[in-house]
Design a protein around this ligand. Structure first.
Ligand code: GLN
Length: 293
């Protein structure tokens, strides 16, 4: 992790501060120096990227300068920009995030792509989102299909608080979040669809993660502290109790070997129509599987 911090010395004009921040990020080997500096400034000023350039001579207030300085220093210490600004984009919408929740990933948008046609094929489906985090999956599906009835469960009360804020921002009426430790307790109800992006990093792979992820994102959202398969094994066990006959599970998986291991967990007589959806790198990242009943 970088230990440095930058003192932005230029006069407090947008263009000059951005130039200093980019140089400081480059010196400290921040991954995307230009994009991150611009993103932090855009968020501070609540403006578009093109506004940054048209307002390049604009002078910032002392408070804005101090805030930008703080943003830059936090980024240099490795904090993901999404936590610094407190929000991120998922499936074209803005979601509040903080270090209690995983930062939604573009791969998880493929889970939504896979889920939407299945959700639309049912009338008023009951949907369960296991490990709802920021609420990104539940809320996106709730908005796409206002007739669905969605439950999002998470072990973390702090994550649930973030999900509630996001739910309020989007005014979702067909969605309830509540606390549940899926490894210990079974949810009530019968569902047409279960979706989940569970913690699937094996404990011995945690040290291979990027520092931004390893040191800042919630550990319980990343790993099961075991082989990365515990949640899928649990899902395979509880599916017959939770799913209607011909109900679906749509699950995010890790790349490569992990996807094959998860496939084998569901490669059993009680399930059929196993199918993977690839991410934009061509990796099999979303598993669809149907419970025969
Ligand atoms: N459902 C959230 C997401 O997909 C959180 C997942 C998690 O915490 N493992 O981003």
């Amino acid at each position: 992790m970088n230990a440095g911090s930058a003192v932005l010395v230029s006069p407090a004009r947008v263009g000059a501060l951005l130039k200093d921040a980019k140089a400081a990020f480059r010196a400290e080997q921040v991954n995307n120096p230009d994009i991150d500096a611009e993103w932090l400034m855009m968020s501070l000023l609540r403006c578009s990227r093109s506004d940054l350039f048209t307002n390049s001579e604009k002078t910032l207030s002392n408070q804005e300068c101090a805030d930008f300085q703080e943003f830059v220093n936090r980024r240099i210490l490795g904090e993901p920009p999404q936590y610094i600004v407190g929000e991120t984009e998922f499936y074209g919408r803005t979601f509040i995030v903080n270090p209690s929740v995983l930062i939604p990933r573009p791969e998880t948008e493929r889970l939504i792509d896979a889920a939407i046609p299945i959700v639309r094929s049912f009338v008023r489906p009951n949907i369960l989102d296991i490990g709802s985090g920021s609420g990104n999956i539940s809320i996106t599906l709730a908005i796409d299909n206002p007739d669905s009835i969605i439950k999002g469960v998470d072990i973390s009360t702090d994550a649930l608080a973030v999900a509630e804020k996001n739910k309020i921002n989007y005014g979702c009426k067909n969605l309830t979040f509540y606390r549940l430790d899926i490894l210990k307790d079974n949810p009530q109800g019968l569902f047409q669809i279960i979706v989940s992006n569970p913690p699937y990093i094996a404990s011995d792979e945690m040290n291979t993660l990027m520092e931004d992820v390893k040191y800042f994102e919630p550990k319980s959202a990343l790993t099961d502290d075991a082989d990365g398969l515990m949640f899928y094994q649990k899902f395979a066990t509880i599916a017959p109790k939770l799913l209607v006959p011909e109900g679906w599970m749509i699950l995010e998986v890790g790349g490569g070997e992990h996807s094959k291991k998860v496939f084998e967990i569901f490669n059993k007589p009680e399930f059929h129509n196993l199918d993977f959806v690839k991410d934009f790198n061509g990796d099999q990242r979303i598993l669809k599987v149907q419970y025969r009943g």
